[in-house]
Design a protein around this ligand. Sequence first.
Ligand SMILES: Cc1cc2nc3c(=O)[nH]c(=O)nc-3n(C[C@H](O)[C@H](O)[C@H](O)COP(=O)(O)OP(=O)(O)OC[C@H]3O[C@@H](n4cnc5c(N)ncnc54)[C@H](O)[C@@H]3O)c2cc1C
Length: 543
Amino acid sequence: MLNLQTATPALDAALAAWSECLGPEHVITGSADLKEAATATFGTSQSIPAILRPGDRQQVQECLEIAGRFSVALHPISSGKNWGYGSRVPVADGCALLDLGRLNRIVDFSEELAYVTVEPGVTQAQVFEFLRTRKSRLWIDATGASTESSLIGNTLERGFGHTPYGDHFAHVCGMEVLLPNGQCIQTGFARFPGALAAPVSRWGLGPSLDGLFTQSNFGVVTQMTFWLMPAPEYFQSFYFRCDEEAQLGPVVEALRDLRLRGIIHSTVHVGNDYKVISGMRQYPFAETGGQVPLRGDLLAQLRKEFQVGRWNGSGALYGTRAQVAVARRVLRRELSGKVRKLQFLDDRMLRFAERFAKPYSWVTGWDLSRALELIRPVYGLMQGIPTNHAMASTYWRKRTAPPDSIDPDKEGCGLLWCSPVAPATGKHALELTQLSERLVLEHGFEPMISLSMVSERALTCVISLNYDRDVAGEDERAERCHEELLRTLAEHGYRPYRLNIGSMDCIPQNDDTAAFVAGIKNLADPHGILAPGKYVPDSRPQF
Ligand SMILES: Cc1cc2nc3c(=O)[nH]c(=O)nc-3n(C[C@H](O)[C@H](O)[C@H](O)COP(=O)(O)OP(=O)(O)OC[C@H]3O[C@@H](n4cnc5c(N)ncnc54)[C@H](O)[C@@H]3O)c2cc1C
């Protein structure tokens, strides 16, 4: 972590100027609020001197100008639910939070051209509701994070979801970005007055700039256009499980091939037993007498009880009935002998299964009543329906039951994510997951692992350390485990697609790329006041 002193007179002057600009009610300095904002799902020591809540673009621009004038750093958040990676906490100490939650307008929408333009505070639930009330035929691509998490914050971290539009950054364009140096950038065609293709064509003319504003600290994004997916004529989801560890390799080979050949268009997720079970129940403290990590025999027992495989996959087929039928046939053929169970589900079957779960299980041998609890939210996600269901997994190691509405930061849920990327081959899937499982178990945690085929050629792996922050020493243990994971996986060639606030130093700083990036930072933010240290080293003088 970077520890920087903030000169108090400068901060006081900045606070006075921000209060005048935003109104004192939108400059929060109460110690309880600031302490809460500085709390993540793992140990942090950064302090936050204020939370600023601008209401429009003009006010964001003024906040930046004041920050530059008094050399006080700002950290922007859209909804601040960057759980597992740092929540609302800035990388550097002493940054004021620039909370963009009040910029929550849906600015533009086209049913015909299938896009929506939003401000940073717009949430998944908000766009979903917007489309539903219009009886739109369009879907968003939702993440498994809270319904109240933002579209823009997630996309700026290059997050991903479940449908064919699962790679979020690949389906956006036309950003509006305010730079700390006072400039306002429009990406793509939006910079050309009257350009009609601004919301529908990505690249514009000349250098493409969108990527510069993801995973960086060059500017504050105040608008972005998201392309929406037309609901297909027919949708069918599929689920499979493998009972043997070694089956993961051939399954990944088959899935890659199916994605490359265009048989499957959507993100496919494969989760290990720990991951799936943590979505269905909390840690079995009673059965283990409080011992952690989970013993192999108990894990096997839980697998049996919940009908969970060693590896468990889900994805969906989208198209006309005929297209889905063909894809289903090929999928069956390619996965045959590689998976234990392959089940397909559509709306009609789901309604039927919900009504007749028992007889259905007699006919098909699949006990749906229990599986439905887990399947329904995943099924919805594959149709762009956001859900809070996965939030319960943050309570895996907590001793109390999860409340209806979960705030993992406030409730001491330990959550530290490591997200390496690997080529989509069976060999790499096995090497990466075996290495990670061994390491995480050695540190006393359950290795919850998912592999997501967000694109055709790569696997994005999320290794989640779920623990109870109220247990003494757990934060430190999780941090050590996370550090060792990052280091060991990097030594094997598996680099993360996204970083948490404590790990920014794993980006190399001694090459030409780093020098080029530092040049851009210097140009966009000469005083280094925007999110210092976030993916780009802090260039301010250190005290
Ligand atoms: C149970 C669970 C499930 C999850 N599932 C998923 C999942 O399926 N996919 C996934 O990708 N993630 C997932 N997450 C991780 C995370 O919660 C999401 O990625 C979430 O969307 C990020 O939070 P946010 O949208 O509030 O972004 P924020 O926290 O607001 O921002 C994220 C980052 O972007 C920067 N930023 C935000 N807004 C701006 C802006 N306007 N201008 C410049 N920089 C900005 C911030 O500084 C920060 O670094 C999950 C987490 C949990 C706990």
